[in-house]
Design a binder for this molecule. Structure first.
Ligand code: FE
Length: 210
């Protein structure tokens, strides 16, 4: 993870200048800050909230439902967007066509957008910086096992890793494997084990505390 972030930093240094859009956003932020109209710390807190707190909680609810309801799980593997709109009212930009891909004892799924940063906002909120970085986008396709190991996720050799490339037409939500020892858990409690990274596929669901 730290390695990935370093690579991301190097990539930025290499490309000399931020992209036109990044530059415009940064300029706007600087201007608004100078005029005292916004507080950068508040802005960071807001971004963090959407990246880590509010956003991915929607996805965690969907995963927890899939763990307890086989029919629901089958339906979201066909058309996740339609089902979660009906069941949870989750809808919005960048969530028009999501399908769920399920981790099994034989298959581990991980998601990327090799072209840019397509991401299922409806269920995961804003994408983390590393997801948009060039090293992640290139390396997860070429050497998924080592990239996952950098996230602390060791996938046994005998397990197949499937890398899903998102597009503006199709995005993916990973259903991690349900941890053992959670048979009598409620959906709410199960959702607490599902992190954003587990739904991108770079982590597994958390183990229940002993
Ligand atoms: Fe993209």
């Amino acid at each position: 993870m730290a390695e990935l972030e370093n690579m991301h930093d190097n990539e930025i240094k290499k490309s000399h200048l931020p992209s036109d859009l990044d530059l415009r956003v940064k300029t706007l932020e600087t201007l608004l800050t100078e005029k005292g109209l916004i507080d950068p710390e508040t802005l960071d807190a807001l971004v963090d909230t959407y990246e880590n707190k509010i956003g991915p909680r929607n996805g965690a609810k969907v995963v927890a439902r899939a763990w307890v309801d086989e029919t629901f799980k089958l339906l979201i593997k066909e058309n996740c967007s339609k089902v979660i709109k009906e069941e949870f009212g989750f809808k919005g930009r960048q969530g028009e066509h999501i399908i769920a891909v399920e981790n099994t004892p034989k298959i581990h799924n991980v998601v990327v957008c090799t072209l840019c940063s397509c991401y299922p906002w409806t269920v995961l909120g804003l994408p983390p910086t590393w997801y948009k970085s060039a090293p992640y986008r290139a390396r997860i396709v070429q050497e998924p096992r080592s990239v996952l190991a950098e996230f602390g996720t060791i996938i046994p050799k005998e397990k197949e890793i499937r890398v899903w490339d998102s597009t503006s037409e199709l995005r993916y939500l990973v259903i991690p494997q349900r941890p053992l020892g959670t048979d009598d858990w409620t959906e709410d409690k199960l959702a607490s084990l599902v992190s954003r990274n587990a739904m991108i596929g770079v982590s597994l669901a958390e183990e229940p505390p002993l």
